[in-house]
Design a protein around this ligand. Sequence first.
Ligand code: LLP
Length: 398
Amino acid sequence: MFNKELVKLFSQIETPFYYYDMGLFEKSLNNLKSTAVKYNYKVHYALKANANDKILETINNFGFGADCVSGNEIEKAIKIGFPSDKIVFAGVGKTDKEIEFAINSSIFGFNSESIEEIEIINEIAIKKQKTVPVFLRLNPDIDAVTHNYLTTGLNENKFGIPLSFLDDVLDKVQKLSNIKIIGLHFHIGSQITSFEPYINLCKKVNIIQENLYNKHGIKLKYINLGGGLGINYTNPESELISDFEKFFSIINENLHTRPEQEIHFELGRSVIGQTGSLISRVLYVKKSVNKQFAILDAGMTDLIRPALYGAHHKIENLSKQENLTDLIKYDIVGPVCESSDSFDIDIELPKTERGDIIALRSAGAYGEIMVSQYNLRNKPKTIYSDTILQHLKSESNN
Ligand code: LLP
């Protein structure tokens, strides 16, 4: 991914920065688009994964919709140009102000997670004399077999309406004058690396749909299966573009749909994850009792996933790409005053020195968007492959 010339350019730029390979990104979007068209599936990109303007503009140019979880994300999506009728609004705790804003914006639908929230949406809708389209987000109690913090479809999670409440919720919703239930919504978790949980989800959705029809005579137009498709963090090169064909074909095989039904998805990580890397420099190689620390100028404020979820991002010493035989073990850490500010332990790299350029791979999703300024650190810069030369020119002019 990083040839010599590119690393030379990196070495002229102040680190740390996020680098996005726009060529790879477009290829990935092309693949997603053609596969979605093949199955007639609709994709809403989950803004929470990465909401950089340029990334969003590119996604919008491909005609995808937007999945938002805050009023600000809706505002951003509209500003970028996503059509309102392709925007869905999810989240377990929407404020009145956000609900009002979303109603005013005439979005495609609310993914609602409780009757308590739907009642408030109805009150606000009555005041505005509008009817609001709502998807019921159900909690199917399915194990997504992922990190504890990234599972959302189990009964113990705060998300979704428990299946056992569904009949009661439907009774109550029918009495609400300004709510129109248009579909069902599910999202069982993130970084899901096997298809088994999705097969289980489809089977559950089939049963729910059957019951809805048999018991209530309800036929819903939309089924939204959420996001969650995982990416390969260990060996990104082996799967730079997610296997959307396999994913959609499995859904297609297992989900029973009616001809008039539309199937929607909300993908985030699989769309942008492999496109981005956090590029950093080694400040010091510090010897300790039994180990050596490579201390980077990037820390947990720049990429929090390892500290927060124990996540592994492949780490590469880009300055020493030719010397991959004599490997030494390092703990790769950041400069922040927290012991959890560690990117990985005991990883093998070529002999590493002060000034070496280090890449933390697969950081396009939930990387830059989760940056903080703890310790009053600066935010990392953003560099795109197609404008890196312009960036260097403008830096040298300043
Ligand atoms: N839809 C809903 C309702 C969601 O909650 C999420 C992610 C998505 C879609 C997109 O899921 P994706 O396709 O990106 O897996 N910060 C964590 C990830 C949190 C995901 C939260 N919800 C991380 O760094 O791994």
